[in-house]
Design a protein around this ligand. Structure first.
Ligand SMILES: [Mg+2]
Length: 181
C-alpha cells in the first residue's frame, strides 16, 4: 500500500514553531489555542493572512522543532510493509531544509518527498496512487474524500470543518484503525 502524510500539522509542529517565534519577537498575547483557532477571526491567524507568505518561507521554522519520537518509530514500522510519501504544500524555498529535517529525523522514504502543485493535492494523490492519506486541512481532506482513504488530524484550525470527515487526534491512531503494521 502507498501511504501519504502531510508534514505541517501532522508530522511536524510548524504551528508551534511559528507561535513561539511570534511570542518571542512580537510578544503575541494570545494562547496557542486562541491564535490558531479557526473561530478567532479578530486576532488569530486568520487576521494575519498577508504575513503567511514570508512565514512559510522561513527555513528555521521548518526545521527547529524535533519530531515526535513515536511518529518516527511508527513510520519506520509501516515502512517495512508499505511505501511512504510526504506531500507538503510548503514553498520551493524550503525544500532543502525540509529534506534535511526528514533525513536527520530518520524518517523512512525521504526520497518520496513531494511538493504538490495541485491546490488540493488531488493530482499527486492519483499520480502516486496513494491508498491512505493524512492531512490537517479540512478543505484538502474533503476534496480527496472520493479519491482515497483520507483522515483529518484534529487541530485548532479545523474545528468548524470536520463534519462528515474521518478524524484522528494523532497519526498513531492509524495503527488501530488500519491494517498497517
Ligand atoms: Mg498541513
Amino acid at each position: 500500500m502507498n501511504v501519504g502524510f502531510d508534514l505541517d500539522g501532522v508530522l511536524y509542529r510548524w504551528h508551534q514553531s511559528l507561535y513561539t517565534y511570534l511570542v518571542v519577537h512580537e510578544n503575541l498575547p494570545l494562547s496557542y489555542e486562541s491564535f490558531w483557532s479557526d473561530t478567532n477571526t479578530e486576532s488569530g491567524y486568520l487576521s494575519r493572512q498577508p504575513e503567511f507568505y514570508s512565514w512559510t518561507r522561513m527555513p528555521d521554522l521548518v526545521s527547529n522543532m524535533m519530531p515526535k519520537r513515536n511518529h518516527v518509530d511508527f513510520l519506520n514500522r509501516i515502512a517495512k510493509k508499505h511505501t511512504i510519501y510526504y506531500l507538503t504544500h510548503r514553498p520551493e524555498e524550503v525544500r532543502f531544509s525540509t529534506k534535511t529535517w526528514l533525513e536527520k529525523s530518520k524518517f523512512p522514504f525521504v526520497e518520496n518527498l513531494v511538493f504538490p502543485e495541485s491546490q488540493n493535492k488531488d493530482y499527486e494523490i492519483r499520480k502516486y496512487e496513494i491508498d491512505l492519506y493524512v492531512d490537517d486541512r479540512d478543505r484538502i481532506v474533503r476534496a480527496l474524500d472520493k479519491l482515497t482513504n483520507v483522515y483529518l488530524v484534529k487541530q485548532p484550525w479545523n474545528t468548524t470543518g470536520r463534519e462528515g470527515l474521518k478524524c484522528i487526534s494523532d497519526v498513531l491512531e492509524l495503527e488501530s484503525l488500519e491494517d498497517l503494521t
